[in-house]
Design a protein around this ligand. Structure first.
Ligand code: KG4
Ligand code: ZN
Length: 349
């Protein structure tokens, strides 16, 4: 089964092919340079760029693998959550393809796909705890199977990546600043600056990073970090890394305490590339004698491969969508509207 995956939920246009669960090829066109001067993604520009880029990327993906559109058995597309205009560009492209090729269509939950992407490199294991940490989302899930996700917690305001991006911007790094903050943090000293851990004194599994964003921004202004020596900037970034990592760790540890049958944990999303977060979660699962699964670094970020792979997993279980598939923006629950045909489930070749 050759599955095409289409990712356009934010500012990266990603297309990939997965055959019987194995990655064939993946292309990603980043719009970072388009949005960098604005310090964040401009939705109108993002959707326009997706529409402009999708066709040529699709053509080169097929051409460089010597394939034709009729070789595709399934068209999977990120249907949300994300920026509505961006999602619509991908969903419309996917519907057009599925209709012309007479092949099934599958709308994939972008956040579930982030977590399932670990399966591109290793065997997936359920039940598990999943943490998606990206520029737009910070969500905890109980995962009981490829189509069985129960949301346990979410951010009440900003995502972890938003905190990295905005604070990084204040200290002179360009968008998206998470990676730049992390690179400086790795050269800095922990404990020189300390930020209070946000929203941990409660008994829930939700997050809130807006307070940390404000505290860190104010601290950067008070200490005039942008104009300071490199050493102070590095220590500041190490403090930000540490505050985000420890906060995530506390809530994930709490979730594991409440679900003692879970000994596997997945972390995914662009922010999962963060060195302090990776180290913190490796430590957590080692202490708990459990397993930490995460996608390889390049599949932590938004990409088409995770959509193609999630599409493959779902189609194998008989799931599909009709042309009434809707794109769902951030903030709205993704409906549980997949149809299922176990007899007609797509099979490996
Ligand atoms: O998953 P992703 O590619 O796109 C969204 O769905 O948002 O995540 C992008 C986010 C950005 O906020 C970026 O700054 C952040 O991931 N990011 C990092 C690191 N690498 C990327 N944040 C912290 N440390 C990193 N190493
Ligand atoms: Zn994402």
């Amino acid at each position: 089964m050759l599955c095409l995956g289409i990712e356009t939920s934010c500012d990266d246009t990603g297309l990939a092919l997965v055959e019987d669960g194995k990655l064939v090829d993946s292309l990603l066109s980043s719009q970072a340079e388009v949005h960098a001067i604005f310090g964040g993604v401009v939705p109108e520009l993002a959707s326009r760029e997706h529409s402009r880029r999708l066709g040529p990327i699709f053509d080169s993906l097929l051409a460089r693998n010597r394939l034709t559109p009729s070789d595709i058995d399934l068209v999977a597309v990120a249907r949300g959550p994300g920026l509505l205009g961006s999602l619509l560009a991908g969903v419309a492209f996917a519907k057009g393809l599925a209709l012309t090729l007479g092949k099934p269509l599958l709308g994939v939950n972008h956040l579930h796909a982030h977590l399932l992407a670990a399966g591109l490199d290793t065997d997936l294991k359920f039940p598990a705890l999943g943490l998606v940490i990206s520029g737009g989302h910070t969500e905890l899930y109980r995962m009981d199977g490829v189509a069985s996700f129960l949301r346990l917690g979410r951010t009440l305001d900003d995502a972890a990546g938003e905190a990295f991006d905005k604070v990084g911007n204040v200290i002179g790094l360009s968008y998206p600043a998470g990676r730049g903050v992390d690179e400086l943090a790795q050269l800095g000293e922990r404990g020189k600056i300390n930020f209070p851990l946000p929203y941990i004194h409660n008994d829930n599994l939700d997050f809130s990073f807006s307070g940390l964003k404000t505290t860190a921004t104010k601290c950067a202004a008070d200490l005039r970090i942008e104009a300071r020596q490199a050493r102070e900037k590095r220590d500041f970034c190490a403090a930000l890394n540490e505050a985000v990592a420890q906060t995530l760790l506390i809530k994930a540890g709490r979730a594991l305490d409440r679900h003692p049958d879970l000994d596997t944990m997945y972390i995914a999303g662009g922010v999962a590339a963060n060195s302090a977060i990776r180290a913190a979660f490796e430590g957590l699962m080692a202490r708990r004698k459990g397993r930490l699964l995460m996608p390889s670094l390049k599949f932590c970020m938004d990409n088409g491969a995770m959509i193609a792979f999630a599409g493959y997993l779902l189609a194998r279980e008989g799931y599909f969508h009709g042309l009434d598939l809707e794109a769902i923006p951030r903030g709205r629950m993704i409906p549980d509207d997949m149809r299922r045909d176990q007899v007609g489930a797509l099979k490996d070749d």
